[in-house]
Design a protein around this ligand. Structure first.
Ligand SMILES: O=C(O)c1cc(=O)[nH]c(=O)n1[C@@H]1O[C@H](COP(=O)(O)O)[C@@H](O)[C@H]1O
Length: 293
């Protein structure tokens, strides 16, 4: 049976996603835990690489780290590899997280021509969609403006998007860093800041907006070097790369400087490896959160 629509999907509040995230951070501190059920992790937890294993893993992570994390970020490919039954597990996770009051960021990295983008936007952000999350990651390779359906839907529903700008992987440089002052990364950051200038379209500039960026914690001084003025984004910055990819507090400070208050660090494998014991898992998340504070 299809799970009910997440509570988050039926919200009518006009608060922007950036404001909702900031409110949640003020109570819970600032850590996003990524849910990446890799086959090796399932095996280490004594679970089968099957939809059943996936469901037990996902709900155990929610129970253990939900209370100490401001958001959970399921990596949708790890669900997709189990086909429709994997996606059914993701739907259940999104419902349960909404019921538990934990924000969800679907790490789907979607991006396509506008007409197709409309369908992706509806899948991940529309009221009533079984896969609706609080936010979704987007890939702007087809041009920032191709993301328009998702930008507009996020704005009108109080949900958010995180657009890839400077990714944590070394290969990203060959696309994102080229061009000096006119780099792809800088143009994406400028476009995102422009969207956030009036985040709810109601003439209330100054609110944190619905358009976030993904900037890896591993990127060193790239943001500064390429002229991305992240402190003017007026929206959240998702920073993967913490833990398994080698970044910690020092790297976050080096990468973000004055923009650190906007940064939501996210870590997956380094925390998930502490399971399956729920107490150890929660302690690992708390320790990571507190070290990064
Ligand atoms: O959008 C992302 O979440 C993301 C962007 C990026 O630049 N780098 C990056 O690692 N990610 C995702 O963040 C997670 C990182 O996992 P860990 O390396 O295990 O912490 C994976 O799900 C990646 O797909």
């Amino acid at each position: 049976m299809r799970p009910e629509v997440p509570a988050a999907a039926s919200r009518t509040s006009r608060a922007s996603f950036g404001e909702r995230l900031a409110a949640a951070r003020s109570g819970k501190g600032s850590l996003c835990v990524g849910i990446d059920p890799h086959p090796a992790l399932l095996a280490a937890w004594g679970l089968p690489d099957s939809p059943e294993g996936l469901e037990r893993f996902s709900l155990a992570v929610l129970d253990a780290v939900g209370p100490v994390s401001v958001a959970l970020k399921p990596q949708v490919a790890l669900y997709e590899r189990h086909g429709s039954r994997g996606f059914a597990v993701l739907e259940t996770l999104l419902v349960r997280a909404a019921e538990a009051g934990v924000l969800t960021i679907a790490d789907a990295k979607r991006g396509d021509i506008g007409s197709t983008m409309q369908a992706y936007a509806e899948a991940w952000l529309r009221e009533g969609s079984p896969l609706a999350a609080d936010a979704v990651t987007l890939n702007p390779y087809l041009g920032f403006e191709s993301l328009r359906p998702a930008l507009d839907l996020a704005r009108s529903t109080g949900r958010g998007v995180f657009v890839l700008a400077l990714t944590s992987n070394p290969e990203g440089r060959s696309v994102q860093h080229v061009g000096g002052d006119a780099s792809v990364a800088r143009s994406i950051a400028l476009a995102a800041a422009g969207e956030n200038a009036d985040p709810d379209g109601a003439g209330r500039p100054g609110q944190l907006g619905h358009v976030g960026l993904v900037v890896g914690a591993t990127v060193g001084d790239a943001a500064e070097r390429l002229g991305l003025d992240l402190s003017r984004l007026n929206g959240p910055i998702l920073a993967p790369g913490v833990g398994a990819q080698g970044a910690g507090t020092r790297e976050l400070r080096a990468a973000f400087g004055g923009a650190l208050p906007l940064v939501l660090p996210t870590s997956s494998r380094a925390i998930l490896a502490a399971g399956p014991d729920g107490t150890r898992l929660r302690t690992a998340a708390e320790r990571t959160r507190d070290e990064l504070a």
